[in-house]
Each structure stands twice: as structure tokens, then as C-alpha cells.
Design a protein around this ligand. Structure first.
Ligand code: ZN
Length: 145
């Protein structure tokens, strides 16, 4: 008996699982739905590494970009508490971890998506750098106050 699962759609939205018996007769065929992104109107599949986030790769990168913009706004004035700063450092590092592990997991991506992943990583790196700079400015200002 042979058991084959193949994609019925280029975006890998649904899969069909087919079983043949020894005389090449199909004994069962079932559509297996992969989980879809929870972002409104988006039907893209979620890579296994993003199931916890509930987002497809595109929406995960958009989510990170928004978060980074919020972090920059929050830390720009340089009056973030030490604890909050540590929390944000962790958040930036965690997002990078997940993004890299999905991108290198063998999940099929277009060249455009690969470029988007790289630019989101750059955003994370720049956000971290910005936070360090404003923290340094803050401590320099305290010294001269
Ligand atoms: Zn999506």
C-alpha cells in the first residue's frame, strides 16, 4: 500500500492524502487543510514555526515592523526603565530567533519573501542599536546634569 500526500495548490493551502492498495486502486482520499493565517482576509498558510503566533510569514514580518516602530517611539526619549529595557531587548532577540528559524526551516519562500525576511532582520538589528544609543545618551545626560 502506498500513501502519498501532495499539494494541490502552489501556495500549499491544502493537501490531499491518497492511499492506494496493492492493485493500484485508491482506497481513500482526503483533503487535509493546513492552518491558515489569522490575520483578517489572509488565507496564506502558517509555517509550522509560526503556529504559536497564528500568522503567516508575511504577516509575522509586518507584525515585527510595527512592534519595532513602537519600541523606537517608546525608547526615543531615553527615559525607559532598566527592567523595561531588558524586556524589550529580549523581545527583539526572540523575534529574530523565530524569524531566522522559520526562514532556515526549509519552508518554501519566494525571492521577494526572502528579501522581506532580510529587511525585517535589519529592522530588528537597527531597533536594538537605536535602543542602545538612546540608553547611552540618557546616561551621558545624567552625568552632565
Ligand atoms: Zn497572513
Amino acid at each position: 500500500m502506498l500513501h502519498v500526500t501532495y499539494c494541490t495548490h502552489t501556495a500549499a493551502r491544502s493537501w490531499i492524502s491518497i492511499e492506494w492498495n496493492a492493485t493500484n486502486r485508491i482506497v481513500s482520499a482526503a483533503a487535509v487543510m493546513t492552518k491558515e493565517c489569522t490575520s483578517k482576509g489572509c488565507k496564506a498558510p502558517m509555517p509550522p514555526g509560526l503556529v504559536d503566533e497564528g500568522l503567516c510569514l508575511l504577516h509575522y514580518t509586518l507584525h515585527i515592523e510595527e512592534e519595532c516602530a513602537a519600541i523606537r517611539r517608546e525608547t526615543a526619549l531615553g527615559n525607559t526603565s532598566h527592567d523595561r529595557q531588558m524586556e524589550l531587548f529580549r523581545q527583539v532577540a526572540d523575534r529574530g530567533d523565530v524569524l531566522v528559524s522559520v526562514a532556515t526551516s526549509g519552508f518554501t519562500m519566494s525571492d521577494e519573501m526572502k528579501a522581506r525576511v532580510l529587511s525585517t532582520l535589519l529592522t530588528l538589528m537597527n531597533t536594538r542599536e537605536n535602543m542602545d544609543r538612546s540608553a547611552m545618551r540618557q546616561s551621558a545626560m545624567r552625568r552632565f546634569a
